[in-house]
Design a binder for this molecule. Structure first.
Ligand SMILES: Nc1ncnc2c1ncn2[C@@H]1O[C@H](COP(=O)(O)OP(=O)(O)OP(=O)(O)O)[C@@H](O)[C@H]1O
Length: 229
């Protein structure tokens, strides 16, 4: 099997129920596979289960039925501590809201997930954080506080932060959802560059049809089911 065909994320028959206010099955036999280097979007109407699915795929929600493999390892049923470790090592997150810490500099914000993982020295992390900032043409802003940036700049920093531990996969929940068209295009182009130049595997939930059309593959959901992948 070539590197490119290696599975990064594989879902097999995922079912998810909520029990409050009523019993409600929000994911129904969700199955798909994502290989190394693929840039995949997840689309579907509001309420079809996209965020619920992402929460499961990112190992944060463990209350589901079915099997989940990350990097060809079966991770369903593993302990919360083990999953937290795997998550820090292998998954980078980008959300609709950037969640940068305003009291820290841009550079420090990017370093935080690396400090948490504790695998490399602070100097090395700082060097890496600068490298990531360069990808996003943000190096001149390194020492600014996060609240001194525009919305689009903050989101670029949030993606740089997601890259600090060289994750196997980046998962995003509406990363352009809070941006105007111009900034949304800039952020999309950066995702595209990560896919093309760095072969970064990415799974991004989006409402934006233009964003989805620019990805390698679309997973479409309807009422808790995958109807295209
Ligand atoms: N904590 C919860 N308890 C009960 N029901 C929930 C909970 N979270 C989500 N749901 C329900 O699960 C279904 C799927 O929600 P989810 O947020 O995954 O949809 P979505 O496709 O991400 O929607 P959107 O595009 O609006 O973000 C919805 O019917 C929602 O009301």
């Amino acid at each position: 099997m070539s590197e490119k065909e290696k599975s990064v994320l594989r879902a097999e028959g995922i079912d998810k129920f909520f029990f409050s206010p009523n019993k409600n099955q929000v994911l129904k036999q969700v199955s798909f596979n994502i290989n190394r280097g693929e840039f995949v979007s997840v689309v579907g109407k509001s309420g079809c289960g996209k965020s619920t699915l992402l929460y499961i795929l990112s190992t944060m929600d463990t209350d589901y039925q079915g099997k989940l493999h990350l990097d060809d390892e079966l991770i369903s049923g593993k302990s919360h501590d083990y999953l937290a470790k795997i998550r820090n090592q292998k998954i980078g997150f980008v959300f609709q809201f950037h969640y940068l810490l305003n009291e820290f500099s841009v550079l420090e914000n990017i370093m935080i997930p690396g400090l948490k993982l504790g695998k490399v020295s602070r100097d090395e992390l700082e060097h890496r954080a600068m490298e990531k900032l360069k990808i996003f043409e943000m190096e001149e802003h390194a020492l600014k506080k996060a609240n001194q940036l525009s919305g689009g700049q903050k989101q670029r920093v949030a993606i740089a932060r997601a890259l600090i531990n060289d994750p196997l996969v980046i998962m995003g929940d509406e990363p352009t959802g809070n941006l105007d068209k111009k900034n949304s295009d800039i952020v999309f182009n950066k995702f595209k560059e990560l896919a093309q130049e760095f072969k970064q595997t990415m799974l991004i939930v989006t409402h934006d049809p233009e964003f989805a059309a620019g990805t390698d593959r679309i997973i479409e959901m309807e009422d808790g089911r995958v109807i295209r992948h």
